[in-house]
Design a protein around this ligand. Sequence first.
Ligand code: SF4
Length: 362
Amino acid sequence: MDHIQQGITVIHGSQELQRMTIELLEAVELAKRIRKNSWICLKPNLVVAQPAEEGATTHPEIVEGTIKYLQTHGFNSITIAEGSWVGDSTERAFKRCGYTALSDRYHVPLIDTQKIGYDSIYSEDFSLDVCDCMKDFDVLINMPVLKGHCQTRYTGALKNLKGCIPDCEKRRFHSEGLHEPIARLNTVLRQDFIIMDGICGDPTFEEGGSPSDMNRILFCSDPVLIDSYAVSLLGVKPEEVPYITRSAELGVGKLYDPADGLREINKEETPGKSFVQDPILKEVASQIDQRDACSSCFANLIEALRQTQCKEQFVIGRAFRDKALCKDIEDRIGIGNCTFNCRKHIKGCPPSVEEIITYLSS
Ligand code: SF4
C-alpha cells in the first residue's frame, strides 16, 4: 500500500454519484484491502428522514456505487446499519432516503440499530453501550456526510458512529457533553474505511435544510485524519471541535497535516471555494444557556432566532429539569418540556420552530 493511499483521496463532481464512487474506490483499490468472505457493514448517516438533497443524509447513489463495487469484486455479505437520532424513525428514514429500495434491489439487509439489543464495552474505565451487531462485522465502512453541527460545529466520520449506539446512550452522550463520549466510542468501535459524502452537506446544521454545493466524495481509512481535514473546509479549525483532538490523543488516528498531501483524482474539477458556516451560531451564543440539550431542540431554537432576530435570553436542555437551577433565571425563557420549572417556558419535546416563533411573537 503506498503512502498516498493511506491518506485522503478525493474525487470532485456532482453528477453521476454512483460512477464517481466506483471510480474513487477503484483508485484506492479498496477490494485489495478487504479479506475475502468478510461481512461488511455500510454505515450511512440517516439522522433524519430527509432526502440527501436537503444536506443531512448520505446520498443513496454513493451507497449504491459502493455496493456495486463490492459485489463486482466478490463481496456478497453486505449489510447496511443505521439508527436515526432520538425523535425520528430509522425505518421512515430508510424508506424516505431510498435505502429500502436499495436493499431490495441488491439483496442487502437493513439493520435498524434503534430496534436491536446492546451491550456495554469499556474504554479504560469509561463504559459505553454499543448495539450488538456492530461488534460482529468484519469490516465497518463508515459513510458520513460532511456537514456542520449546531452544538459541536462539525460532524463527519467520528461522530457518525453515534448511530451505532442505542437511543438511551445517545441521550447520555448529550448529558456528558458529546466530545469525550464520541472520542471514547471511537476507541472501542473501529471504522476500517470512510467514504465521506461531501456533495451538498449543510455547513451549519446536522439536520440539513440549507445544503451547500461541496461537490466531492472523500475516502480515507483514518477518521481523525479525514475529520481534521474536512472540518477545515467549513472554515473551522480541528481544535475548535474537541472530540477530534481528543480522539487523536486517545490514539484513534492522526491529525491532518497539509505536508501529508491530498490525492485528488480530478483536480481540474475542484470547485475552488470554501464553505462557511452560518454566522448565526456565533451571533446568538451569548443569548443561550445550553446544558445537555438535544440537537433537535437546540437547532429549532437557533432557526427561530434567525427568523425573528429576537434578543431575549434563553435556557435549554435536560439539566434544567432541576428546579434549583431555574431559581435564579426568572427572566430567561425556557425552551422545551425540560424547562417546565422556568416561569416562562415553551412546551414541546422538542418545540417546533413555528411553536417557538409563535411564542416569541406573542
Ligand atoms: S425538551 Fe428538548 S432538550 Fe428536553 S428532552 Fe425534549 S428535545 Fe431534549
